[in-house]
Design a protein around this ligand. Structure first.
Ligand code: ADP
Ligand code: ASP
Ligand code: MG
Length: 406
């Protein structure tokens, strides 16, 4: 008998039929004597539909209202699951983020969880309820307004709740049967991993593998919560995200990630003097836009060009705010390029092996793919390339680093 948190993603609850299947699995888990908390995502496509409706009415809908709107998707699916569980003879109750005291900061549309009221959930478990927690949402600590946790945020709700109630495991049910060496939708020869370290999973998630939201892995690592990624179709053992141990494959490269949500901004002819970068990046940080790769060219006659990448869906916002900044710092112009993407290799084995980056660059060169920007850390190398070459790059790297299945 254990304390289990299960999270079901959008495709797993995409139709009423699928909701019934999920409820069957929840019931079985409960009947094995476990206490069960369930986090539910919005039904597949629902969040996108709501976003589309908002943008049909406004070019820049207020983020506070977007959060209220988008949080409704998870309310609907959670309530439907609770309704069917009760119908099915399982005592269950659904809670919104507010109802179970998920308090976040006030960064609307990408809020971070600060606290969860574990007592309420634990009391309900004690009363023999299956507790259904609506994913992806909380309330702002400052204003009490509804916030959301960023796309894919139900993963984070699930793992954060699991940590708060000290569950034995957090099971993430989705439409793939685990974490693969690359997105199996792009690389046919991708292999399923039985185990992956938190560190590697965090890199893969932050570099674009959307199978888990990065913050869910951060929570897991911080509180040592085992996370299991499992198929909601087969329920076969999937991939365990856990600590590095001796039995783990120490592959040089464990996975390839890709991310199309990228844009490059170049500020041309920036006076090369102290304070200009601070002005540019200070303004961007103030608007909560994440900057990723930054490259500054060698100075020529007192001027330099600065290029950096931002999420593509925030490039227009960055451009608008930089228009006034370039006047302030007397730079010449801003160029925005949206047809780029990022491909990355990740692996803890890289720490002790030089030459991995060179092999990556060589592989891309052999395919005739030009590298626009490069960034590295201890366990990853990322290249920005033209988007049209992305799938070719992912496949070529997958083969070059020996990841293809037999
Ligand atoms: P859910 O709705 O269940 O949260 P997501 O669509 O957010 O599901 O995440 C699952 C998807 O992640 C898969 O369908 C797959 O295409 C994609 N994906 C990307 N990279 C990987 C990877 N390395 N391993 C497994 N799936 C991946
Ligand atoms: N419904 C939200 C999204 O589509 C959150 C999630 O599914 O995890 O991003
Ligand atoms: Mg997801």
């Amino acid at each position: 008998m254990g304390l289990i948190v299960q999270k079901y993603g959008g495709t797993s609850v995409g139709t009423l039929e699928k909701i019934k299947n999920v409820c069957k699995h929840i019931k079985e888990t409960k009947e094995k004597g476990n206490k069960v908390v369930v986090t539910i995502s919005a039904m597949a496509g629902e969040t996108d539909k709501l976003v589309e409706m908002a943008y049909a009415l406004s070019k820049s809908p207020k983020e506070r209202e977007m959060d209220l709107l988008l949080s409704s998707g998870e309310r609907i699916s959670s309530a439907l699951v609770a309704i069917y569980l009760n119908e099915f003879g399982v005592k269950a109750a659904a809670l919104t983020g507010r109802q179970c005291g998920i308090v976040t900061d006030s960064a609307h549309t990408k809020a971070r969880i600060k606290n969860i009221d574990a007592k309420k959930i634990l009391n309900m478990l004690e009363d023999n309820y299956v507790v259904i927690v609506a994913g992806f949402q909380g309330i702002s600590e400052d204003t009490g307004d509804v916030t959301t946790l960023g796309r894919g945020g139900s993963d984070t709700t699930a793992v954060a709740v699991a940590c708060a109630i000290k569950a034995d495991v957090c099971e993430i049910y989705t439409d793939v049967d685990g974490v693969y060496t690359a997105d199996p939708r792009i690389v046919e020869k991708a292999r399923k991993l039985d185990k992956i370290t938190y560190e590697e999973m965090m890199e893969l998630a932050s570099l674009g593998s959307k199978v888990l939201q990065i913050r869910s892995v951060e929570f897991g690592m911080k509180y040592r919560m085992p996370i299991m990624v499992i198929s909601s179709y087969t329920y076969n053992p999937g991939t365990l995200v856990t600590w590095e141990d001796e039995n783990m494959e120490k592959a040089l490269v464990s996975g390839i990630a890709h991310d199309k949500n990228q844009a490059r901004i170049t500020i041309v002819k920036v006076p090369d003097k102290p304070g200009t970068s601070a002005k540019i990046f200070g303004a961007i940080a103030e608007k909560n836009i994440n900057v990723d790769v930054i490259v500054q060219n060698a100075s020529e006659e007192g001027y330099t060009d600065i290029s950096f990448t931002v999420p593509r869906n925030e490039a227009d916002k960055a451009y608008d705010l930089l228009k006034s900044i370039i006047k302030e710092i007397s730079a010449s112009e801003i160029e925005v390029r949206k047809d780029i993407a990022k491909v990355s290799i990740v692996g803890v084995g890289m720490r002790s092996h030089p030459g991995v980056a060179a092999k990556m660059f060589g592989t891309l060169a052999k395919e005739g793919i030009n590298i626009l920007m490069i960034t590295t850390s201890e366990i990853k190398v990322s290249c920005i390339i033209e988007e049209k070459y992305l799938e070719l790059a992912v496949r070529a790297l997958h083969t070059a680093f020996g990841l293809d299945k037999e």
